[in-house]
Every structure is written in C-alpha cells, then in structure tokens.
Design a protein around this ligand. Structure first.
Ligand code: NAP
Ligand code: GDD
Length: 323
C-alpha cells in the first residue's frame, strides 16, 4: 500500500486529495496544527468510516514552524509521497502579515525540503505553487517558462518556495515537482476567498439572512477552475518521471463581476439591488492577466479538467442554499 503524507490536510485541497488518495488505495497521513477541531473540518466526515479511519487514515499535529516535530513525524510515518499544501494562502492577508506569510509559505517549504533531503529513502515531493508567482506577468497565458514577477508578499513567498523546489531537484536529486496552480474553487473553499464570499452572500440574501454584499475590485479577473480537477493533477504530477513543473489552469479569464452575476442569477435575484464596491476592500496592488496555459499538463500527464466556470459557481451557490 503506497503511503502519502499531506500538509494542510484540513484545507479545501487537502480534503479532496485525501479522498482521492484513499480511493486509489493509499495509506494517508494528514498534518494539521490542531487535531481538536478535526471532526468539524471537511476531513472530519471520514471519521465515520471505520474501515478507513485509524486503519489507513491518520492525523498528526504539526506546524511548519516546528521542523523538529515535523521531522519526527515524517521519520515515523515514512511516506512514499509528500503533498505539501499547507500555507498562509490568502493574498489579502499577506499584505497585513508579510513576515508570518513568508515564515509559513516560504520557509515552511524549505524546512520540509531539508527533512526530505535527510530521509534514508527520500519521499517524492509535490509543492502547491501558485499562478501568483507570475504577478505582473510578461506574457499571457503563462507557461512554466514565464519569468516570475510577484506583486504581493504571498506571491514572493510562493516564488521562493517554487525556486527552492527546483534547486533541490537539480542540486540534490530530490524527486520534487511544482504544480503551479491557478484559482480553484468548490463548496469547500475557505470563506474569505471571493467566490465563496459571493456565493454564500447570494444564498444568505435569498434566505433573508443578509441585506447586502460589499466587495473590493469587481473588475478583477482570474482563471477559475474546480478543486477536484486540480488535486487529480497533483497526483498525476508525482506519478510522472522525471519530476517536472506543471501549470494547472483553465486558460480562461472571468471577472469577479461574472461570479456575482452567475451566483445571484442562480438564486433568482438581481445583483444590482444588493452588491456594492467598498474601496477599503481593494488591494494595494492587483495581479493582472493571471491566466495559465495548461497544455503541458494535458499533453505530458493526460490531465483534463471536467468542470466549467459557470457550473462551479452555481454548484457553490446551491450548496450554500442547502446549508
Ligand atoms: P487552504 O484551504 O487555505 O488550506 C491551507 C491549510 O494550511 C490550512 O487548512 C491550514 O491547516 C494549513 N496551515 C496553515 N498554516 C500552517 C502552519 N503554520 N503549519 C501547518 N499547517 C498550516 O488552502 P487550499 O485552497 O486548500 O490550497 C492548498 C495549497 O494550494 C496552498 O498552499 C495554497 O497556497 C495553494 N494554492 C491554492 C490555490 C487555490 O485557488 N485554492 C491556487 C494556487 C495555489 P490547519 O489550520 O489545520 O493547520
Ligand atoms: N477575497 C476577496 N474578497 N477578494 C476580492 C474581493 C473580496 O471582497 N473583492 C474583489 N476581490 C478580488 C481580489 O482582489 C482578487 O482579484 C480576486 O477577487 C480573487 O481573490 P481571492 O478569491 O481572494 O483569490 P486570489 O486570486 O487573491 O488568490 C487565490 O488564488 C491564488 C492563485 O491565483 C488563493 O487561493 C491563493 O492561495 C492562490 O495562490
């Protein structure tokens, strides 16, 4: 039975990846900073499955700022594959806490790479990189060869981590791949990301629980896909030899305004009556034209996305309506 270790197992991607790997017959070890609230997280529902939980699904407390604890846990569980998804993943918050973001997202990745380098049989290593490394992109769509030009602390942290993965691959022969992921969403998306905020508000307004929705820049555009498609890409990336970097994206740009219109139409409301822009929610700088070219992943890995933008937003809104 192959063994996988997932950092950030309680996050949106961690929960879908856990389910995917279990369905493929893996033993899965998940790391979270606190095991106390696990039952209420998306992976908590797996506790009910007595054939899996504590038989081939295990959770361990661990923090990226504690390399000794991580090292002991990895030495004990001896994974064949590590999926490194843990991060301070919010761009807006990274402007408020640049040091904390770099500590977790940049240095946390380097610490894990050092642990892998010291393993007697180094695990294969997947890093959840981000399209934000391209920030003020010189070309669109971006490929793995597009120069990095991050425009916020989160993008800088991810650029550092992405380059460290490349250095460890080239210099130390570690099997390490970057999946350069563009925005991906689902009903499990964290509540401070814009799609979730909009879909949740549309449903709450429909149910009479909220009166208005304040947003930042609604003209901002992103390349939005579905998390289920992207975690499949993570697994495919680690099955491909030799290790390489891949872009996982849709190649399509949509605006925040498009999300608003689809979400409110899904619950038969006119968005004009409820949505306002609030200058306080604008970011100091906004990445422009972040759209990825997924053709390398499609050709080399056989990756193909199954979900379309409008369907994702409708699924998220209806999920909020159902509670
Ligand atoms: P997410 O929902 O924010 O989950 C990230 C997880 O990281 C959290 O559940 C948290 O788990 C863990 N974490 C945070 N700080 C930690 C620390 N100091 N030590 C250990 N764990 C820590 O993120 P996601 O959307 O699933 O994304 C997964 C990864 O892909 C992230 O690295 C993100 O930057 C990257 N990415 C995401 C997207 C996207 O659109 N979703 C696009 C590009 C890249 P606990 O609170 O349980 O510890
Ligand atoms: N969060 C948020 N809240 N974003 C808003 C709002 C708002 O009220 N109003 C407008 N936006 C705009 C943001 O300025 C941004 O242009 C866009 O909506 C998307 O914001 P987020 O959903 O917060 O995601 P992100 O693009 O900044 O970052 C996500 O994608 C990256 C990959 O491109 C995160 O998942 C990152 O972890 C990931 O790396």
């Amino acid at each position: 039975m192959p063994k996988a270790l997932i950092t950030g197992v309680t996050g949106q991607d961690g929960s879908y990846l856990t389910e995917l790997l279990l369905s493929k017959g893996y033993e899965v070890h998940g790391i979270t900073r606190s095991t106390e609230d696990l039952e209420r997280s998306w992976v908590g529902r797996l506790f009910q499955d007595s054939t899996t939980y504590k038989k081939r699904l295990f959770f361990h407390p661990g923090d990226l700022s504690d390399p000794a604890g991580l090292r002991a846990m990895i030495d004990k569980s001896k994974p064949d594959e590590i999926y490194h998804l843990a991060a301070q993943s919010h761009v807006g918050r990274s402007f408020e806490d640049p040091e904390g973001t770099c500590e977790v997202t940049a240095m946390g990745t380097l610490r894990l790479l050092e642990i892998v380098r010291a393993m007697s049989k180094p695990a294969k290593f997947f890093h959840a990189a981000s399209g934000e490394i391209f920030g003020d992109a010189q070309e669109s769509p971006q490929t793995v060869d597009t120069p990095m030009a991050p425009v916020n602390p989160y993008g800088c942290a991810k650029a550092f981590a992405t380059q460290m993965v490349q250095v460890y691959r080239r210099s130390f022969g570690i099997f390490a791949s970057n999946g350069i992921l563009y925005n991906h969403e689902s009903p499990r998306r964290g509540e401070n990301f814009v799609t979730k905020k909009i879909c949740r508000a549309a449903a709450a307004i429909k149910l009479g629980k909220q009166n208005e929705l304040l947003l930042g820049d609604t003209s901002a555009k992103r390349d939005w896909g579905h998390a289920k498609d992207y975690v499949r890409g993570m697994w495919l990336a680690l099955q491909h030899e030799p290790p390489e970097d891949f872009i996982f994206a849709t190649g399509e740009l949509h605006s925040v305004q498009d999300v608003v219109e689809i979400a409110f139409a899904s619950v038969e409301l006119d968005w004009k009556n409820y949505v306002k822009q609030d200058p306080k929610l604008f970011r100091p700088t906004e990445a422009q034209c972040l759209v990825g070219d997924p053709s390398k992943a499609e050709t080399v890995l056989g990756w193909k996305r199954e979900f379309q933008f409008a369907d994702i937003i409708r699924e998220m809104t209806l999920a909020e309506l159902e509670g």
